[in-house]
Ligand binder design. Structure first.
Ligand code: APR
Length: 316
């Protein structure tokens, strides 16, 4: 049987993009193309990574390029391109700067790939994945954002530290937008099937929920320069693996909603089934009134940002 290797293109050869490329190659998930606007950067990272192949035992071909032609016929494209917020720059300004970048990147990608699956990582996430959908014209199941896997991994970590139990026994669910109003779900967060609501008191849970919401900022505060990249990269690769190996994983992903959870026309973090066609199903949980209220608040924040970016897309 002749099989063709899958092709994963990573746009942005920065911290997150490099981690995605590295882990995807280590796991032999397919050939990897890294691209960036900076000349030499993706080429240097690709060559360095390729030279680790004989040591890490992978034979994926890793290519670095500044030319989108080299991304032709990608199965998966991961967009990490973007600029960090500058001192004094307000959120709205950053939104426009990164929206322009993601718009350009998506146009370039779509010139050379007809039906790629796109995973957006660039921030502000919920708005950037919307830009990629609008510009690509791809059906909603082929385009998603990475946030929930990362936010849940943070929640899982804090639960295991608090309870002094193995990380691998902890499962967690975090829904909503990828911002301060994200909605960690203690009722659906378990240690070997036992809900943490049976294992912790209210004060402990509230403290961990708060730390999860501020998880990204905590790392930025420690690093001083740049933001988290190891767990974001690992989160993306978990999604890539679910798709390329058709695993039908149930994972929280940023998906386009049309009525689910009372949300319409926005990208939002929800549990989905992830398999080789992309998002195969959005899973609707039965929420309590208090949980639905938190979802509504988060959806309102996301909608505001998407409306803002929509105006930018229409008027430039
Ligand atoms: N086309 C391609 N690459 C670009 C473009 C562009 N138009 N503009 C910027 N880039 C590249 C930069 O040159 C840089 O190499 O995007 C890369 C971003 O890398 P980092 O600054 O290291 O950022 P990183 O930590 O990887 O985060 C990337 O993910 O988690 C989010 O908030 C984070 O939006 C940010 C993104």
């Amino acid at each position: 049987m002749v099989t063709t290797r899958r092709k994963i293109s990573v746009v942005g050869a920065g911290q997150v993009g490099t981690t995605v490329a590295q882990l995807a190659a280590y796991k032999n998930l397919g050939n990897v193309v890294i691209t960036d606007i900076v000349e030499g950067l993706p080429q240097g990272k690709a060559l360095d990574l390729q030279q680790s192949g004989c040591l890490q035992v992978f034979d994926s071909i890793v290519t670095g390029t500044n030319d989108y032609k080299d991304t032709a016929d990608s199965d998966i494209v991961v967009i990490t391109a973007g600029l960090p917020r500058k001192p004094g720059q307000d959120r709205s300004e950053l939104l426009k700067v990164n929206a322009a970048i993601v718009k350009d990147v998506t146009e370039q990608i779509m010139k050379y790939s007809t039906d790629p699956l796109i995973i957006v990582v660039s921030n502000p996430l919920d708005a950037m994945v919307y830009v990629a959908k609008e510009v690509s014209g791809l059906p909603k199941h082929r385009i998603m954002g990475m946030a929930g896997v990362l936010d849940s991994a943070r929640f899982r970590t804090f639960v295991s530290l608090e309870l002094n139990c193995s990380l691998v026994d902890v499962d967690a669910m975090v829904l909503g937008g990828h911002g301060d109003s994200m909605v960690p779900m203690p009722r659906y967060t378990t240690v070997s099937g036992i809900s943490i609501t049976d294992l912790m008191d209210r004060e402990q849970i509230d403290r961990l929920v708060d730390r999860t919401r501020k998880g990204g900022a905590e790392i930025v505060g420690l690093l001083k320069k740049g933001s988290a990249f190891l767990s974001p990269g690992a989160s993306v690769v978990k999604m890539i693996e679910a798709v390329l190996l058709d695993k039908k994983r149930t994972l929280p992903c940023t998906a386009f909603l049309e009525g689910e959870y009372g949300c319409n026309g926005i990208f939002f973090g929800v549990p989905v089934t992830l398999g080789n066609t992309g998002i195969e199903q959005v899973i609707e949980l039965k929420l309590t009134d208090a949980e639905q209220e938190m979802i509504n608040t988060s959806a309102k924040d996301v909608k505001q940002m998407i409306d803002e970016v929509d105006v930018f897309l229409k008027n430039g």
